[in-house]
Ligand binder design. Structure first.
Ligand SMILES: [Fe+2]
Length: 502
């Protein structure tokens, strides 16, 4: 195609996008400008209520979007039979990484001190596995000759900009501290400068310029090693949902009921039913109910003003999910457990009818389950808000990028003392001590998918309509979406149960 033609097409796409009120992301734009059928593609996506067009949407992991609400072929099913029913479930709840039943913190100064030491030890252990690093304790820096190179591991206690526009950090290990400067002209450290947060545990390769001053040459987070994405032999799938907020006036009851009909194979096209039949696991990422007194004036926004009744309704819904599906339920900030991370499981007394079911597992947040040999990290996602306010360039519409930052830092709660409260447990449940194959999060009410160094990331959407608070912040949720991760192909299929508009 001639350059002229491509330029004209680009102009046409920009015009089309502005009349239709959609946003086309940069990488998606360059794909579209090479497609002669760009208009048909965009029209189809608009019809599917897409307003932000990403590369991922065009060609990546979201291989098909099926809008159940708009599906013309939706019929009552007779004789739906799910192959997953005869598959034996194979999973292990990694209890050692879940705070439920292991919360011993008294919140003393000693608890806080222990907590930071633990975090340092856990992350420096991962960092030390890098064969290129030969870290020295900070207290031994005085024996290193001036102008020579040295490796150090430390926790960032402070970060500031010097009067010459360099970035300075105070690094501390278990015994001593030092100052390290990241020069402003070091372009390869630009990203590190922007995303570095207090309480991060990092390693640096540096040059010693004085007894308490280092110049940073390279910087490393604990990070995940590069791995190939794992798939399994069995053709089965994990579906996930989050943030139902049952009890809220904005709970999208009709859409959720449609989802329940669908997962039972009562509705859906033949193609959909094939996918439904493979679902062996369902992950529920918290904010199951709306709770009571979570924020000022919430009472007026509730349909069900009693927490037990909210959980009764939640139980009614969950018990409609077929019993051959193993269900993992974690809490969120709206659930009846402590607000601070790590959160223990929803108490059995709140959901007695669920607790007695063999296929229903009430777990904490974060928690880990090895599903079919795949290490699966499940977290509500509360600490991600702090990330958005600390790191420029993160976007609520792409929650997967915030998750990638957490994976890079190997820590679900990199910074302490910001908005999200935490409990200094004797053991740090927030450090990502294992290498997850799958990560499921919720909380942001916006779906998003990504892969990072072999880890598949799924951010779930919500079943709550847009709240006044979200309108004020300019957040546009993506309600009624259910991703299905096929563990055999590694692909995600997205099912939509809500039209996406109010
Ligand atoms: Fe929520």
């Amino acid at each position: 195609m001639s350059l002229m033609k491509e330029e004209t097409r680009k102009k046409e796409i920009v015009e089309f996008a502005s009349t239709k009120g959609i946003i086309i992301q940069k990488d998606a734009f360059s794909i579209l400008s090479k497609k002669p059928d760009w208009k048909e593609t965009l029209e189809r996506l608009i019809k599917e209520k897409e307003s932000i067009i990403s590369r991922q949407l065009l060609e990546g992991m979201v291989k098909s979007k099926i809008s159940v609400i708009e599906s013309k072929a939706m019929t009552k099913s007779n004789g739906f039979s799910a192959p997953a029913k005869s598959e034996k479930a194979s999973f292990r709840i990694m209890k050692e990484l879940d705070v439920t039943g292991q919360s011993y913190s008294e919140g003393t100064v000693q608890d806080f001190l222990n907590f930071f030491q633990q975090k340092f030890k856990a992350l420096s252990k991962i960092l030390k596995q890098r064969h290129t690093l030969k870290p020295k304790p900070i207290k031994r820096l005085k024996y290193v000759a001036l102008k020579s190179n040295v490796d150090v591991i430390g926790m960032v206690r402070r970060k500031w900009i010097t009067k010459n526009n360099h970035t300075a950090i105070e690094l501390e290990d278990l015994e001593e501290k030092t100052i390290a400067v990241i020069p402003k002209d070091k372009r390869e450290l630009e990203k590190a400068r922007d995303t570095l947060m207090p309480d991060d545990v990092i390693a640096i390769k540096a040059t010693k310029v004085s007894n308490d001053l280092l110049i940073v040459n390279e910087l490393f987070w604990a990070d995940l090693p590069q791995r190939k994405r794992k798939t399994i032999e069995k053709d089965i799938a994990i579906a996930s949902i989050s943030d139902m907020h049952i009890g809220s006036k904005l709970f999208l009851e009709q859409s959720f009921k449609k989802f329940l009909d669908w997962i039972n194979g009562r509705i859906g096209t033949t193609e959909e039913k094939e996918e439904i039949g493979k679902i062996k696991y369902l992950i529920i990422n918290g904010d199951n109910v709306d709770g009571i007194g979570i924020y000022p004036k919430q009472f007026d926004e509730l349909n069900i003003k009693d927490i037990r009744e909210q959980y009764e309704e939640f139980s009614d819904y969950i018990l409609q999910i077929p019993e051959y599906i193993e269900i993992f339920i974690i809490p969120g900030q709206h659930d009846a457990v402590r607000w601070a991370d790590p959160q223990p499981a929803i108490p059995e007394k709140m959901v007695p009818r669920l607790a007695e079911k063999k296929n229903i597992h009430l777990l904490g947040s974060p928690t880990w389950v090895e599903i079919e040999g795949l290490k699966t990290l499940i977290y509500h996602g509360s600490s991600m808000h702090d990330l958005f306010s600390s790191i420029a360039g993160l976007d609520y519409a792409k929650p997967q990028n915030a998750m990638i930052e957490l994976l890079k830092k190997r820590d679900l709660m990199p910074a302490y003392g910001l908005r999200q409260p935490y409990v200094p447990e004797k053991k740090d449940f927030m450090v990502i001590s294992e290498e997850p194959d799958l990560v499921f999060i919720g909380d942001l009410h916006h779906s998003g998918y990504g892969t990072y160094r072999g880890t598949l990331i799924v951010n779930n959407s919500t079943w709550q309509d847009r709240t006044e608070y979200q309108v004020k912040l300019g957040h546009v949720p993506t309600p009624g979406i259910v991703p299905i991760v096929n563990l055999h192909t590694g692909r995600i299929k997205e099912m939509q149960f809500q039209k996406g508009e109010r």
